[in-house]
Design a protein around this ligand. Structure first.
Ligand code: NAP
Length: 466
């Protein structure tokens, strides 16, 4: 659906009017384009002083593989981590141009006063970040820190990053990545995603990277030879997910209910996938999915995308509206997963991806049923992640929680509420279905084996539930 205000403020007159009235000025966000580099500009790297260079080295290896132009201060604590992997670093003191990415290893910060390293690194370059730029801070999970000092310091990073996300504007995103000790080599898929245009509408997020099998991939076709199933694939976000997973090389089994058959066939036909007409709440849904998967040698990814809303205030909601929403959005996901586990339908290193919602995090007027179901999805993901870790087959589960995404669902919202939802985020605009799909593709990558149990919002850093 078109964002007329967003288009108007791109014009000279529109920009002037918006500026004079103090209205938000959304920029056109950079998104994935075939043939474009992962990082469309230069990177400024920095690290807080300290002996542990493991994360700096992991970052250096990713930058080296991407062949990006890398700047670093001459006196940076971990400059050697870059040069030792063969990067020809440039001195940041000589650079007056803007950076596309600022990446900072904060893992050595272990006391409150040492947080000043954030100020020292970011303050001088706060106006030196390009449009659609990226700010990424890397640290250690506070819950795994051994001292009170390091726990408070690592936890403090979250406030810093979320504030930068709100301040920098111009489509610039800010993220915090916590990497467990020993999982440094699992950072590549996450860092590449967050530095790239694929994460256009993801901001203010905290990602946890832990132990797991991060497999080698061809980064241009990370899902080559894989089979993925997407529910609700005939339109909206599900259609975009199917298209992006197919673009990344997967054969996609597109699932939707019978009334959507025509659209389902259109989507599957256009991406060289296959179709499965099924109601995911049917008692034999798991069995039917298993049959379709067996024809292709099992499933490497399943995306539980299908979902419905039946909005009413609790006082006006009938029992059917409650039951239907919880059944489709939550119970079906749990039931299908159980069947897939019990019958070993998922291949080793498979990926399960659920679709929650901002409503499940913040709650929403008229959505007690929907918010209950979507909050339940987050619980499903964290409990299943623990089970999968213990199973040790390399299978992961994660969720996206979309905010305001331009779809038929949001086009049906009354104008004033729709306009508020669209603007109340750091990007001052709604996201696109492809933004959710790109985040799911990151989770789905065989290289994302260390990403398990995360719920990542695709909401442009919405003010709701922040
Ligand atoms: P959508 O356009 O309504 O598409 C959902 C698809 O799932 C539809 O084709 C729908 O068919 C199908 N479906 C519904 N019940 C089903 C069932 N029992 N079995 C199989 N398929 C079924 O929705 P969307 O906006 O793309 O949203 C996709 C997901 O993102 C949902 O889980 C939604 O809750 C979530 N989400 C969306 C937004 C947003 O801004 N759009 C924000 C947060 C979260 P019918 O049309 O016949 O129902």
């Amino acid at each position: 659906m078109s964002d007329r205000y967003g288009t108007f403020v791109q014009s000279g007159l529109g920009k002037q009017v918006a500026k004079n009235l103090g209205l938000p000025i959304p920029v056109t966000l950079e998104r994935f384009e075939a043939g474009e580099k992962v990082v469309r500009g230069s990177v400024l790297f920095g690290a807080a002083p300290g002996d542990d260079a493991r994360l700096s080295t992991a970052v250096a290896e990713v930058l080296q593989a991407l062949h990006t132009e890398v700047f670093v201060a001459n006196d940076d604590a971990h400059k050697d981590a870059l040069t030792s992997v063969g990067i020809e670093v440039k001195n940041s003191g000589d650079n007056k141009d803007k950076y596309k990415v600022l990446v900072f290893d904060a893992s050595n910060i272990a006391h409150a006063p040492d947080l000043k390293a954030l100020y020292d690194f970011f303050h001088p370059v706060a106006r030196q970040v390009e449009q659609s730029g990226r700010v990424i801070v890397i640290g250690r999970p506070p819950e795994e820190c051994e001292t009170i000092g390091s726990t408070l310091a690592q936890r403090a990073l979250e406030g810093f990053v979320k504030s930068v996300g709100k301040e920098f504007k111009k489509g610039i995103t800010a993220q915090l990545v916590y990497v467990s000790e020993g999982a440094e080599s699992n950072l590549a898929s996450t860092l590449s995603f967050l530095m790239s245009a694929r994460s256009a509408y993801v901001s203010g997020q905290v990602v946890r990277v832990g132990a797991g099998n991060a497999l080698q991939v061809d980064w241009s076709k990370p899902l080559a030879g894989k089979t993925a199933l997407v529910t609700g694939a005939s339109r909206g976000i599900g259609e975009a997910i199917a298209r992006v997973l197919a673009r990344d090389g997967a054969h996609v089994i597109c699932l939707d209910i019978a009334p959507q058959q025509a659209d389902l066939q259109r989507v599957a036909g256009e991406i060289g996938g296959s179709t499965l007409t099924l109601d995911i709440t049917a008692a034999d849904a798991g069995e039917k999915i298993a049959e379709a998967a067996a024809k292709r040698g099992g499933l490497d990814a399943i995306v539980h995308n299908a979902g419905v809303t039946r909005d009413k205030t609790l006082a006006n909601m009938d029992e059917k509206q409650w039951d239907m929403v919880v059944d489709i959005n939550l119970q079906s996901n749990a039931m299908i997963n159980d069947y897939l586990f019990d019958h070993e339908v998922l291949n080793d290193n498979a990926r399960i991806i659920c679709v929650s919602s901002l409503s499940g995090i913040a709650g929403n007027l008229g959505q007690t049923n929907y918010a209950t179901s979507k909050a339940g999805v987050i619980g499903l993901v964290s409990a299943t992640a623990k089970k999968l870790k213990a199973d040790n087959k390399g299978i992961t589960i994660n969720a996206v929680a979309p905010g305001f995404i331009e779809t038929q669902m949001t086009a049906a919202i009354p104008f004033a509420i729709r306009e508020a939802g669209r603007r109340m985020n750091s990007m001052s605009q709604g996201g696109l279905p492809v933004d959710v799909a790109e985040t799911i593709a990151w989770f789905a990558s065989p290289a994302s084996g260390g990403v398990n149990g995360n719920t990542i919002r695709v909401c442009g850093q919405s003010l709701l539930g922040a």
